[in-house]
Design a protein around this ligand. Structure first.
Ligand SMILES: Cc1ncc(COP(=O)(O)O)c(C=O)c1O
Length: 456
């Protein structure tokens, strides 16, 4: 039996790691994390890091929540696994569906479960095609998304968003996709353009894209309420009402990808509440179980669900399931997460600490490498720039100042997420004031290291 206590005995390159340089993996050991406590994680060398981005924006309740661990253990003992499907399920899944529907910002919501955020978005599109196909709207297949967004890593969801770095190398089919601009106010405004003017321009762009695609072929638009995945880009205030009006004009549905923004991140339970969005469907993952267990949800309106019923009546069943969808242990953890959000008032904590978080980020603006700061709720981004250099748009590719700051952060004990020429952060929602101060100190040290590093 391998000795798992002894670290350092494994080859680095047996494992293929995503979002990683595979060649570097052959030469260099990756960061190997072995423990966690609150907002901190520690590595195999015993070094501790502040997880400024909750791993992949997901560990909302920190790294050692005893109640979540207990909920998982209890369900493991009761019934460790039984798939939900084929007219069978387990009590905890029924209860979770009810609880999630009760807190969702869609009235009389219906819930399906999946395993990851990607899979939730993938299934949602599949369900949409299914429902449309059975209610006389088979031609409505196309999905509108905003360039640069990330909605998942499956072959279908990689096509949503339109980041060339993620699509072109893989030959991802994009035939059913329509791309429009990512809202980014004020960064993407034209010289002299007002916020209202910018919003109207994006609404017009959407209308033109729908007309060009053929309105009778367009089914839905998918959007994050605030695109954390594209680099924490805030929409202008009137954006969602404006695009919703255009979508309604053509009978096109709006799907909110709340995989990151759901569960308190923006200062409300849902980003849809923060940005006054009325979506037809919502996808949720990550914070749903504080990511202790893989589970995601597709939250749909009764109308959307009715179209699925039509399909099921015609076919005799919904021909879709997954072994691990609504896994009982994951469902138990998600149920406990919802309970904790309520009894510990996690959203209230986020609201109380948001001003401190945002002020801490703003305090970095005097640093020579910092171009600007963006924030929303308990998330934020530092836009980097170097005097005399124009920011190369590296999209989601690695390299540049974002990557350099991320690497320097590792040395200084803070883990961030590089996206192009920025770093994005979204710490565990339970972060305390003194931890925000410590995070900012470490980040400033990392920025100093990058500033003073000899040119490569
Ligand atoms: C907005 C958004 N949607 C979907 C996903 C995909 O979720 P997962 O990685 O669980 O498949 C992500 C992942 O970061 C995301 O940021």
């Amino acid at each position: 039996m391998p000795d798992h206590a002894a670290v350092g005995n494994y080859r680095n390159d047996t494992l293929v790691l995503g979002f990683s340089d595979l060649d570097r993996l052959r030469r260099e050991r990756p960061l190997v994390l072995t423990g966690g406590r609150g907002v901190f994680v520690s590595d195999e060398r015993g070094r501790e890091y502040i997880e400024a981005v909750s791993s992949f924006y997901c560990v909302a309740l920190g790294y050692n929540d005893a109640e979540l661990i207990e909920a998982a253990t209890r369900q493991m003992r009761a019934l460790p696994m039984y798939p939900s499907g084929a007219h069978r399920t387990v009590p905890v899944v029924l209860e979770l569906a009810d609880r999630l529907a009760a807190i969702a910002p869609i009235k009389n919501a219906r819930i399906a479960f999946a395993t990851t955020g990607s899979e939730a978005n993938d299934s949602l599109i599949k369900f949409m095609w299914y429902g449309n196909g059975h209610t006389g709207a088979k031609a409505r297949r196309k999905i509108i998304s905003r360039r640069g967004s990330y909605h998942g890593g499956t072959a279908l969801t990689t096509g949503l968003g339109g980041s060339a770095a993620l699509q072109e190398s893989f030959g991802i089919p994009t035939v059913d996709h329509v791309y429009v601009s990512q809202p980014a106010w004020p960064m993407a405004g034209l010289p002299g353009e007002s916020e209202a003017g910018y919003t109207a321009r994006l609404a017009e762009e959407l209308r033109a894209a729908i007309i060009a695609a053929g309105p009778e072929t367009v089914a839905a638009m998918i959007a994050e309420p605030v695109s954390v995945s594209a680099g924490m880009l805030p929409p202008p205030a009137g954006y969602f009402p404006a695009i919703k009006a255009v979508l309604d004009e053509f009978g096109i549905q709006l799907f909110a990808d709340e995989v990151v923004t759901g569960f308190g991140r923006t200062g409300n339970m849902w980003g849809s509440e923060t940005f006054a969005i009325q979506p037809d469907c919502i996808t949720s993952a990550k914070g749903l179980s504080s990511a202790y267990q893989p589970i995601s949800a597709i939250i749909m309106s009764p109308d959307f669900h009715d179209r699925m019923i039509a399909g099921s009546k015609a076919d005799g069943w919904l021909a879709h399931a997954g072994t691990y969808h609504a896994h009982p242990v994951a469902a138990a953890v998600a149920l406990k997460t919802i309970e904790i959000f309520e009894k510990r008032d996690i959203v209230g904590h986020v609201r109380r600490i948001m001003p401190l978080w945002q002020a801490a980020l703003e305090s970095l603006t005097d640093h020579p490498l910092v171009g600007s700061i963006r924030h929303c709720g308990l998330a934020g981004a530092v836009q980097l720039r170097r005097e005399g250099h124009t920011a190369a748009d590296t999209g989601m590719k690695m390299g540049g100042l974002g990557q350099a700051t991320y690497e320097a952060g590792i040395e200084r004990g803070v883990l961030t997420r590089p996206i192009g020429e920025s770093i994005v952060m979204a710490p565990p929602l339970i972060i305390k004031p003194e931890e925000i101060t410590e995070l900012t100190t470490r980040l400033r040290q990392a920025l100093d290291d990058v500033l003073h590093a000899p040119a490569a």
